[in-house]
Design a protein around this ligand. Sequence first.
Ligand SMILES: N[C@@H](CCC(=O)N[C@@H](CS)C(=O)NCC(=O)O)C(=O)O
Length: 338
Amino acid sequence: MKKTVFWGVLTVAGLAAGAAAAGTMDDVKARGKLNCGVSTGLVGFSAPDANGEWGGFDVAVCRAIAAAVLGDPTAVEFVPTTGKTRFTALASGEIDILARNTTWTFSRDVDLKFEFIGVNYYDGQGFMVPKSLGVSSAKELDGATVCIQTGTTTELNLADFFRANNISYEPVPIETNAEAQQQYLAGACDVYTTDASGLAATRATFENPGDHVILPEIISKEPLGPLVRHGDSEWADVARWTLNALIAAEEYGITSANIEELSKGTNNPEINRMLGTEGTLGEMMGLDKEWAKRAISAGGNYGEIFAKTIGENTPVGLARGLNAQWTNGGLLYSPPFR
Ligand SMILES: N[C@@H](CCC(=O)N[C@@H](CS)C(=O)NCC(=O)O)C(=O)O
């Protein structure tokens, strides 16, 4: 008897959780806006400009999704989150998606119950020190004070690295990248460690970037990608295939310059399926035929977004490296649109 009651309660709780988690796409459509969690500010990745308008590599993913679902890349409410607050913001429903240099790990997926919809930047953790410190390897950092953002994988990798190398450090915990930058420049820590892309973005804003070196060691794998809540596969599909559309568009040579022309129809059936002149891919996701066309038109294909926001001709200055297309020796590989 008791057992029946117990299972009954569990079932109700289970259903309630399921109901709360599902229907994000309907919520977004009804609201007319996508609530997108970003960082508090990391140049090139997500930061507001002088007019308060958010831009950057991670921001572009949300704009593409808003364009696909709502027909308007500006229909996005950007919600700044820190390393610590980001997961609560997503779990509570405050945001529909988190697009904020967040590493895909086992425990975030399985234990925190999120779903990573792909990887938009393959990264790894690095170290930055003032040149004047005269250090050329992270292994020489015994006894250093290290600025470290709380609630991050960075914190955990740092402990692992120092332990494995039998050296010690003193953490200087900080909440945001802005705070890290300030503390590091003020000399409150000898070293700043975070994702190598974050180091490049941070150094780009320094008055004298050349006074700081990024050490050669990359001590972890940081596959950064957008994530949504577990239990709403329809929404995850829309987010995942929008990111894939940006990646595949680069592979197939669909750019902001030629997308209008290509969306009249081509002799490449996959391009036609993506851009909606053949097949019913949009309909299968509850969208119209031109969802991917709008997503790609929002900021260009993956390569265009990369080049504009964080690429070699920007102050952040990142090479494509692992983030090149698989056809170019990189890891970017969209599954087929069919
Ligand atoms: N990828 C790591 C670290 C992410 C992280 O929070 N990085 C910092 C330093 S690059 C950041 O984005 N800060 C921006 C902010 O403070 O809002 C993780 O997912 O835990």
